[in-house]
Write a protein that binds this ligand. Sequence first.
Ligand code: TRP
Length: 346
Amino acid sequence: MAENQSAAKIKKGLIVTGMRPTGKLHLGHYIGVLKNMVKLQDEYECFFFVADWHALTTKFDSTQDLVDNTNDIVLDWLAAGIDPEKCSIYIQSHLPQTAELHVYLSMITPQNWVERDPTLKDLVKMIKTPDGDSKPNVSYGFLGYPVLMSADILTFNVDYVPVGIDQVAHIEITRDIARRFNNIYKTELFKEAKPLLTNIPMLKGVDGQKMGKSFHNDIKISDDDETTTKTIMKSITDRSRARKDDPGHPDKCEVAFEYWKAFAPEEKIKQIQQECIAGKRGCADCKRELAALINEYLRPIRERRKYYEQHPELVKEIIRQGDEKARTKAEEVLKQVRKTVGMYQG
Ligand code: TRP
């Protein structure tokens, strides 16, 4: 406990980040984001949440998997090493303060700010109407996507938001909204949260395209060893190499060598590289060894996931406590917001 308290004191600031519940997480999520979240929880006071309201912006009419998907994200986080003793894991829809702040922020956000949001434009292209029409039926709530995201961030008035490069435009809007709020209400209440970008690029799918479950090119954190091995064996290597004792080109190996770099220690990566260049490492053997390494790497993570799967009450309790810590922190900010805006004080 004493150790915990002194550790808390030296934390470098406040962080929040969220993920939409779209299904089980894969190695792209793990390498691109999750591994970094595990590291950040030691250095910052962190709030990690499942963005279930954001899921509704596009999937309001198909909520049958929402509960399972929400649970899966939390299980994958805990499995990967997100530690509820070090951070708060909460569900977005359990934090009414965010919904309230969203109302205040939506009043001061000019309409054209949300309409020109480039990330939103990309999302619009992806969503379809319930009858499969490709012209999307954009709702009022969907247009508010970046405003709701600003509310997530400003609910805690955080310093940093760890995100992938695709989310940076949303953080820009958050800063604009924070600045506008401060100007309108003549206050310095809101900080301008900065994106924390990882320099680790997202891992590609085994076919060399963006990793995603709909492309059938992903390896889930929760997959078993056999499925993982089968998928890795399909991964693309050096397309110009015909025979296994031809000299290989690790730098032209599109997927397998990238995975080696993501999971193997430095020494091992060098060894692989040298053997490949010398024509002493056939691609099939190399991938079999890679699959074994990845399964080994994921073993403790998968065991932890199983443990939490078998203890649903414990997971619920972790979320209850995370919700509670998030509410306490958020309420401190909201008190100031209500006062600053000029609302009736009870
Ligand atoms: N939009 C993010 C995504 O699609 C999820 C998200 C919602 C988020 N609110 C956030 C991320 C606030 C960071 C901070 O991945």
